[in-house]
Ligand binder design. Sequence first.
Ligand code: NAP
Length: 293
Amino acid sequence: MTYKLIDGKAISNSIKIEIKESVTDLIREHSIKPGLTVILVGNDPASQVYVRNKRRSAIETGMFSTVVNLPGSTSKEELLSRIVTLNHDDNCHGILVQLPLPDHLDENEILASIDPEKDVDGLHPKNIGLLSMGSPRFVPATPFGIKEMLMRSNNDPKGKHVVILGRSNIVGKPLSNLLSLKTQGGDATVTLCHSRTKNLEAITQSADVLVAAIGIPEFITYEMVSDGVVVIDVGVNRVEDKTRERGYRLTGDIAFEEVSQKASAITPVPGGVGPMTIAMLLHNTLDAAYRKI
Ligand code: NAP
């Protein structure tokens, strides 16, 4: 089967162009420059890269963006006080706390302290609740990006059996809610799988659309999928590769070479879901700023 590559980089670039145009309009017509603040606690190298990319992309689309760098030893009180200050800052429309946080900080407590109207990561309990109820405000960026990729590559999930592997709060669970909404881009029949799921292979073989978000390199193999499946690979895994100067390469949760022989469409890693996540974060920030008109 010849597959079609779902190019997340190209799709995200066209979304960023649309966002840039809207940012220009917002500034011209309402003198509002969307502002995104990212809080990074500690010095995890991967998180530093993600934060840098988010800020750079925000600035590229004409937004105002700052990064608050805090030491790994930052106390809960200090972090909460920074968030309260940002909650009251009219120039800041979106607040994102980069995850994971150091162990001594309770992620749920910190996320719940963000003003829900500035929660552009969509992880505040109120925004999660709105999504579950079918009236989403800010949808978490990775699931939102997956929905956009499906729609913009002519793979509408409506009426399809979507199988999701992984039930995290940032990907699997919100994606299952999003794709089963009674709305455009939704209306899928969703099966959410995890590490305790029995007969996983029988379930993945029945998927029209398969989303893998588990963090295990090349877990999904040829035998686990059926002909014509649409595959979305969320996983980002470092595997040792001595042929590369840096000593590793990035791979997804899908064995790309073999699964692409059966897939009708498939996302690469890198260049698939990752760039979409940033684009949808910017989309949410723009939306947060528009809500201030
Ligand atoms: P996570 O918190 O790492 O949790 C992993 C999930 O996979 C859990 O729900 C776990 O089940 C499930 N799982 C583990 N082994 C499994 C198996 N053998 N069969 C079926 N399910 C299994 O999940 P995450 O934070 O969503 O991250 C998943 C991957 O996506 C990681 O590689 C991460 O780096 C990547 N990611 C990428 C982006 C992006 O923008 N590209 C964004 C977010 C995450 P249990 O719940 O039963 O433990």
